[in-house]
Structure formats: structure tokens, C-alpha cells
Design a protein around this ligand. Structure first.
Ligand code: GLV
Ligand code: MN
Ligand code: MN
Length: 369
């Protein structure tokens, strides 16, 4: 960003923001961005694509002699989009948009027992700026789809019009450790069996209800071959584009936990880690993405994002939308994640056109309040 002559600032939650304001107008910028943190054993494209493409867009517009945008452009790399180590996900953009107090975010204890604020200071990213210090005129994020739809349909560009709701909980099941050889089956309080029953119920409920459920972490204690598990700790990720269906799933889960506790004679406690309603993106920017793709001869379709993204938080601050490009084999959150160069370039060109339109005020979209 410094090489591209952006004014780079870091805020208190570690969001990294570069501003290009060649006319020194000081007016609200058109912001691009995404994230550069990753999940464990990640791919290279999730997040980095949007940040690097945004930088390329600014460099391209800077090189268009005599065609200065009337609005400044900004590029953001938001902190902790994944939320793997510190919940919730999209934390940097959530704080930026005012959805979580910065002090609460900095006090978050990670899965490894570290405190986020201390870790940001340790790596030199506890910046001085107040989150939200630069209020955007609009926000556009390019991202790899991370799913199979575009590739399967042979379509180059996704114009993302909405994003599904996300519910994260951590469930702890407490039973009694006992001897595997001497304790009759009927007399056990087995936290591991209770966890397994819950996992099977979640899959069935997701399939019949049309939602998604993932148990990404499951830990047993004391974790020994001949000891009945005294404790099981598991995470539950529920998703649905329909707000009422997501709430219904959560209510059924709460009821199921009560039944499980009774039937298996275990104690069950649930802790909420993240909860975000579905988001609808700005219709004008979505239309601008479709128009930009068609003008470049690229096939385009509207779609719903299955993943969470910083754009969903920025949509609280200003008109926002997203551009998707195909993921090979629909693989993501996996080192095998890949997108063809030709698709990355096409996405960056659509981003360029949409941002250029927004920066000169040509695109029709609902202005920020
Ligand atoms: C973030 O990548 C999420 O959707 O979990
Ligand atoms: Mn991402
Ligand atoms: Mn991700």
C-alpha cells in the first residue's frame, strides 16, 4: 500500500486501511477490501484475492492519466475475518461498523487462552485510530465463491445480492468419567455418546429443514481409550439465508439439548459465540456489477453468499455489495483452494469498473444516510 502511495493507517482493532485521495478532497471514499487472516490449513485465495485486487484497482486508476476519480478510494484489510481463534468472525469489520465495542473485542480470549488486544500489541498492530474513522461512501468486495455454483454453471461472475445468517455456539456436555470395563452400559453418564447423538440429530435437522449445520470441533476429556468421557466440548455452526428458519433451528436445538440432558443424564451448557442475521446488499451496486460484467462480455448471475464476509458488516455503514469469481471444484477452507488467473483478472476488472463508476458518481445506488 505504501509503494502504491496510499496513506496507511491502522485502527485499534488492527484493521489496515490505505487511502488514495489525489485531489485532497477529504470526501467519503469508495472502499474496497477483504481480509488477510486465514483458517487453519487454509487456501491462498480466501480474502487475499479481494485485498490484492483492490490494490490493483487503485494502481490502475492512478495510471489512467487525466481521469482522476472525484471521490477518494480506500482499501481495507480487516482483522480476524475468520474468527477461528477469536470469536466472532468478521470481528474487525464488525467493530469498524460499530456492531461490537472495541474494548469488548480486544478483551476476547482465544482458543489458545491468549487475549486479542495483547496479541495485536505483540505483533505491532494495535493501531491508534478509532475504528470507523474513515466513513465510506460505498463498499465493494471481490471474493472467491468458495462453493461450486459458478464453476458448475460455467459463469464467470457472481453478483452477490444477499448473504445467509450465521449462528455459532459452543456446547459443553458433562457426564462422569468411569471405567470402560466395569461400568454397565445402563449405568453410564457418557458425555461422548451424548455428543455423538447430538451430531447425528444436527445433520438430520439440517437436512429436513433445508439449513446447514457443521460440527467443526469436538473434544473429549479425559480422551483416553478405557475411560468413559467425562466431558465433550463441541462447536456448532448453523447457517440459513432465511432469518425465521435460522431462528427455528436454534429454538429446536435448545429444546433438543434439554431432552439430551434428561435422557442421557448429562449436564448441557451452551455458549453463544456469534450470531448474524442474513444481509441484503445494495440493489444499485448489484446492478452495477451485472452491468460491468456484461459490458466486458462476461457471463454473470445473481447469487447468495454462503460464507460470512466483511461486506456484510460494512453494509451497516454504507451501500455495499460483493463480486464472486469461481472456485475450482468449489473447494475452500482447504489448501487445495484455487481460482484460475483468468477468473481472478475478470473479477478485478469488474471491480475496477464498478469502483470507477461509484467514484465518479455515475452509478445509481441509494446514497449513504
Ligand atoms: C467465514 O469465512 C465464514 O463464513 O465462516
Ligand atoms: Mn473470506
Ligand atoms: Mn474463510
Amino acid at each position: 500500500m505504501r509503494e502504491a502511495e496510499l496513506a496507511v493507517r491502522v485502527d485499534r482493532i488492527g484493521n489496515l486501511i490505505g487511502l488514495w485521495d489525489p485531489a485532497g478532497s477529504g470526501s467519503r471514499p469508495v472502499m474496497m477490501g477483504s481480509h488477510i487472516d486465514t483458517v487453519i490449513d487454509a487456501g491462498a485465495y480466501d480474502g487475499c484475492t479481494g485485498v490484492l485486487a483492490g490494490l490493483s484497482v487503485i494502481e490502475a486508476l492512478r495510471d489512467e492519466a487525466g481521469r482522476m476519480p472525484t471521490r477518494p478510494l480506500a482499501l481495507a484489510a480487516f482483522t480476524n475475518e475468520e474468527g477461528v481463534r477469536y470469536a466472532p468472525d468478521m470481528m474487525g469489520s464488525l467493530v469498524y461498523a460499530g456492531g461490537l465495542p472495541v474494548e469488548a473485542a480486544l478483551a476476547t480470549v482465544g482458543t489458545d487462552g491468549t487475549v486479542l488486544g495483547e496479541e495485536l500489541a505483540r505483533i505491532g498492530y494495535a493501531g491508534p485510530e478509532a475504528p470507523g474513522f474513515l466513513r465510506p461512501h460505498a463498499y465493494v468486495e471481490l471474493h472467491v465463491e468458495q462453493g461450486p455454483v459458478l464453476e458448475r454453471e460455467g459463469i464467470a461472475i457472481g453478483a452477490v445480492e444477499d448473504l445467509q445468517g450465521i449462528s455459532w455456539q459452543e456446547v459443553t456436555i458433562d457426564g462422569t468419567a468411569n471405567h470402560a470395563g466395569t461400568t454397565p452400559m445402563a449405568l453410564r453418564r457418557d458425555a461422548g455418546v451424548a455428543a455423538a447423538l447430538l451430531v447425528a440429530w444436527l445433520r438430520e435437522r439440517a437436512r429436513t429443514g433445508g439449513s446447514l449445520a457443521t460440527i467443526g470441533r469436538l473434544r473429549l476429556e479425559p480422551d483416553a481409550i478405557n475411560v468413559i468421557p467425562a466431558r465433550a466440548i463441541l462447536t456448532i455452526d448453523l447457517r440459513d439465508p432465511d432469518a425465521a428458519r435460522l431462528s427455528g433451528f436454534e429454538a429446536d436445538l435448545a429444546a433438543r439439548l434439554d431432552v439430551l440432558a434428561r435422557e442421557e443424564e448429562v449436564t448441557v451448557t451452551a455458549r453463544r459465540l456469534a450470531r448474524f442475521d442474513p444481509v441484503t446488499f445494495d440493489a444499485g451496486i448489484v446492478r452495477a456489477i451485472e452491468a460491468a460484467a456484461r459490458a466486458r462480455g462476461l457471463s454473470v448471475r445473481r447469487m447468495t453468499s454462503g460464507a460470512g464476509h466483511d461486506a456484510q458488516m460494512m453494509a451497516r455503514l454504507c451501500p455495499a455489495a460483493m463480486i464472486f469469481v469461481p472456485s475450482i471444484g468449489g473447494i475452500s477452507h482447504n489448501p487445495a483452494e484455487r481460482t484460475l488467473d483468468v477468473d481472478l483478472v475478470a473479477g478485478a476488472e469488474v471491480l475496477l469498473d464498478v469502483v470507477r463508476g461509484l467514484s465518479v458518481g455515475r452509478s445509481s445506488f441509494s446514497p449513504a444516510p
